[in-house]
Design a protein around this ligand. Sequence first.
Ligand code: FES
Length: 354
Amino acid sequence: MSNVPTITIDGKQIEATPGKTILEVARENGIYIPSLCFYEGTKNPGACRVCAVEVDGARSLVAACVMPISPGMVVKTDTERVKQARKLVVELLWSSGDHNCLTCERNGDCELQDLVYRFGIEKPRFDIDPPGYGIEDTNTMIQRDLNKCILCGRCIRACNEIQINEVLDFSLRGSHAKVGPAFDADYINSECVFCGECVNSCPVGALTFKQARFMGRPWELKKVKTTCPYCGVGCQLDLNIHDGKIVKVTGNREYGQPNLGSLCVKGRFGIDFVNHPSRLKTPLIRIDGELREASWDEAIGYAAQKLGDIKKTHGADSVAGLCSARCTNEENYIFQKFMRAVVGTNNVDHCARL
Ligand code: FES
């Protein structure tokens, strides 16, 4: 007899892996269950209850994101009772925050907005009563608007379990509960290292990338996959481009290793040099103490001639080469090969400092 537990979801018999949750098994089998607080790679969601499902024999609806499967379990994801419960959750979330999509940076890329639309909610049955927090505006990278926070805890788990920075947590209780650094500090006055993982994990507009505000709507941004230029780890990321300019940098978990979608402060927020007006884009040659622009052919020819002259006069070991941590491994390999095979010296090093 097989040890693989068989469960039934919406009448479909599924052989499931022990230890998985109902939500994981449903998704692996193409069965839709909504979620807000669930965040892949982190533990113990169960905060929002929008993933409610019926399980035969259970007294109440259960949260699919935390309920492990068990052999013979019968799950229903689409009953009227389930639909009404999910709708109620979304209405309550909507009414307890300032979810004004007109001014929200996440309009068109908001998981709460998607559920409101999916469940066909014209407006919540309850009075809209945002908590009235001020918008945190004390740093240049992350804007925090707790009036839009749905207390899903994804940013907390992303900070503590993915980046292991342990800066964010819940404070206070009940309707006063809020998310943030210890002692209710602003990000800038906390231990936050500005990796931006919390923003990446936020399903709504509570945390947004400040540099990207009003720079382009989500559907206008073209994502271009590339490798972070800052060090040799080779993190994969998406440049979000609008009108030929990089608006923001986002991680993409689908790209897998080496960074599994996470980024550091440099990869996340340090790409504005690309569009900086004083960025060097053309080779310069110094003639009589003055720098003048040159073509690549001219600059490379000039450097080759000068290196050749030095080598002829003083020997190959009079030349040394220093490459950069900002180059890829392949570029560094080519550089050392050039120094050894072409120039003829082992005087080659690399600024491995970041
Ligand atoms: Fe399951 Fe929020 S997604 S409780």
